[in-house]
Design a protein around this ligand. Structure first.
Ligand code: AR6
Length: 174
């Protein structure tokens, strides 16, 4: 599995699946969620509504998969990151679940390439360094155990980008 980091807008990336940092409603929001729904179009929202009708909201740490609508990807995997608030082990475990459940869904759908945003590090205020360690560490744990050939971490801001670059270069995952 190839793991890389780029600084870009995730809605422009050509991969099988793009991961969305959604909220429990699955009905869109701002940040990366807003950008994905805006560019992907109403097909994504309609698919999210269908999922809500079947299972209700999406719990924190869980993930669901939909069409990618007008985006270049085949799928959008929507996962709900934790709000950091005062932090703690529970929040870290929930963020780990986001990456883990996204990989499981990708695997079940024969996804070969997947792009992740820096889940929870925007509006949900998760500290960027801890979030990056969790993201990279969780993906590495799945390295030999799924169909995914390529993982791209797509950072929107310079701070996240340099944190990811440093961790990936020095292999300092915990
Ligand atoms: N491409 C890649 N990354 C992006 C993009 C983009 N187009 N836009 C923002 N980011 P956030 P959260 C980065 O706030 O913290 C929404 O309203 C951003 O710089 O989008 O998980 C949802 O509906 C940051 O590093 O998600 C929820 O209510 C990262 O994406 C809530 O925000 C995540 O920032 C989720 O908060």
């Amino acid at each position: 599995m190839k793991i890389s980091v780029i600084k870009s807008d995730i809605t422009t990336i050509k991969v099988d699946a793009i991961v969305n940092a959604a909220n429990t409603s699955l009905l869109g929001g701002s940040g990366v969620d807003g950008a994905i729904h805006k560019k992907g179009g109403v097909e994504i929202l309609n698919a999210c509504k269908e999922i809500r009708n079947k299972q209700g909201s999406c719990k924190v740490g869980e993930a669901v998969i939909t069409t990618a609508g007008k985006l270049d990807a085949k799928y959008v995997i929507h996962t709900v990151g934790p709000v950091w608030n005062k932090g703690g082990f529970e929040k870290e475990a929930l963020l780990r679940n986001c990456y883990q459940n996204s990989v499981i869904l990708a695997n079940q759908n024969d996804v070969k390439s997947i792009a992740f945003p820096n889940i929870s590090t925007g509006i949900y205020k998760f500290p960027k360094k801890i979030a990056a360690q969790i993201a990279i560490g969780t993906i590495k744990r799945y390295k030999n155990n799924n169909t995914i050939e390529e993982v791209i971490f797509v950072c929107f801001d310079e701070e996240n980008f340099s944190i990811y670059e440093k961790i990936l270069k020095n292999d300092t995952t915990i």
